[in-house]
Design a protein around this ligand. Structure first.
Ligand code: UGA
Length: 440
């Protein structure tokens, strides 16, 4: 099939390179000319395991090409995936500006003898009803011979495992109103192992929003139970282990810590709440999960205050800035809110920070009061306390002697329960986890 992808973000690029690898001819466009120039030179703008090899293999085989103008894509492509960003507006609503801009620029394509409908598949996470609105918008603007079906094929891939998730999807949800289109899309997804689920467009759109909202709720639930454990002398990791053994609950997304971040969960949960209010079906549970998540950085600062006298005059090291390990993404990362809370409550505090992958991104956004360091050791040297913000594996390899030698006082606030607190405490390092009793 001839496929076009609009939006060379992690989702678009991985999807494009993935389908090229399955033998399709894929043209990937993005209005960011700098990004396209990089991709054309074989430079991948993201830290995403396996993506570079996948892209290079398919560009050199001639199955994957890049461009920056979406207007002409319909001339060639039979199937277009829209994978443009749908960022939050101040109101919590999703901005569809990028999506409409692409839709409104599509040039009419000429009719051919064996003409079949073109398919536009929305991969971006969007409000319910967007595929229908997009289809009407195209039909109103383009000549009648330009037949198009706009479908919803939401994406469930995670950053940091995008390539694996493309080739081993948990499910493929195809929302369409047209039986022929359904069959064509079913066929083209057959080579992927995940179960294929056919549904209508609105259900597919809600399936994606509900999945992210459900994950947000699970994490906030975990964090509130962890806070209860902390206040009452119980050990949250043991509680989570027991919860996870119940197959009705499952073991995933129960890790307590500094909460969820990233470019998806926070934005999608807020958008669902907003949309649901307008639809007259308030999502009080998701709304509470959003509120609970926002409180976690402040909760961490309060715990630091209990462990460290007069933080305004101290030096605190943050280990980890990315919203989760395995990525260089700091969008809506808990680290940013933590830095803001530390500075707000303790003007004069000295903050050092280090992330194995996200230093570059962080240097562009964090305030001048934060010193971004090139190693964990550099960040920890002379610090009065450290906070584990992202559970990168390399932080688990720092041993008690290192903490004691490098730091002014070895106090570790383990915001992800990543370290062996008992072992560190036994060796003279104060390690305070989340949902656990502090051993001081
Ligand atoms: C999320 C979803 O997991 C994907 O299925 C979805 O496709 C994607 O959003 C999207 O909408 O595009 P992602 O943003 O890559 O993927 O991040 P997750 O792996 O879901 O992690 C989200 C946040 O939750 C991270 O900040 C992580 O640290 C936090 N988290 C995760 C916890 O605090 N506790 C947990 O137990 C698990």
């Amino acid at each position: 099939m001839k496929i076009a992808i609009v939006g060379a973000g992690i989702v678009g690029l991985t999807t494009g390179a993935g389908f090229a690898d399955l033998g399709h001819s894929v043209h990937c466009v993005d209005i960011d000319t700098a990004k396209i120039a990089q991709l054309s030179r074989g430079i991948i703008p993201y830290h995403e395991p396996g993506l570079e090899a996948l892209v290079l293999r398919n560009t050199s085989a001639g199955r994957l090409t890049f461009g920056h103008d979406p207007s002409a894509i319909m001339h060639e492509a039979e199937l277009v995936f829209l994978a443009v960003g749908t960022p939050s507006e101040d109101t919590g609503e999703m901005s569809l500006a990028a999506l409409w801009s692409v839709i409104d620029r599509l040039e009419p394509w000429s009719a051919t003898a064996n003409d079949s409908r073109k398919i536009i598949a929305i991969k971006s996470t969007v409000p319910i009803g967007t595929a229908e609105r997009a289809e009407s918008r195209i039909r109103n603007r383009l000549p009648v011979h330009c037949l198009v079906d706009v479908v919803s094929i939401p994406e469930f891939m995670r950053e940091g495992c995008a390539v694996r998730d493309f080739f081993e999807p948990t499910r493929i949800v195809i929302g369409t109103a047209n039986a022929t289109t359904a069959e064509r899309l079913n066929q083209m997804h057959q080579r992927l192992p995940g179960p294929i689920m056919m549904t209508d467009r609105r259900s597919a759109e809600l399936a994606k929003l509900a999945a992210n909202a459900c994950l947000a709720v699970k994490i906030s639930f975990a964090n509130e139970i962890a806070a209860l454990a902390e206040q009452t002398g119980a050990d949250y990791p043991s509680v989570a282990h027991s919860l996870g053994l119940d197959p009705r609950i499952g073991p995933h997304f129960l890790a307590a810590g500094l909460g969820y971040g990233g470019s998806c969960l926070p934005k999608d949960a807020r958008a669902l709440v907003r949309m649901a209010d307008e639809a007259g079906a308030p999502q009080t549970i998701v709304e509470a999960a959003v509120r609970a998540n926002a409180m976690l950085p402040l909760r961490m600062v309060r715990k630091l205050e209990a462990a460290l006298s007069d933080p305004s005059r101290r030096k605190v090291a943050l280990l980890g800035l990315a919203f989760k390990p395995g990525t260089d993404d700091i969008r809506e990362a808990p680290s940013l809110r933590l830095i803001a809370e530390l500075n707000r409550r303790h003007p004069g505090i000295a903050i050092t920070a280090y992330d194995p992958e996200a230093n570059h991104a962080a240097r562009k956004v964090v305030s001048s009061g934060v010193t971004i360091c090139d190693s964990a050791e550099e960040a920890l040297r002379g610090a009065d306390a450290a906070i584990i913000v992202t559970e990168w594996r390399e932080f688990r390899q720092i041993n008690a002697e290192d903490f004691k030698n490098w730091m002014n006082r070895p106090i570790i606030m383990d915001g992800r329960n990543a370290l062996d607190a008992a072992a560190l405490n036994a060796q003279g390092v104060v390690c305070i986890g989340v949902g656990r009793l502090p051993v001081i």
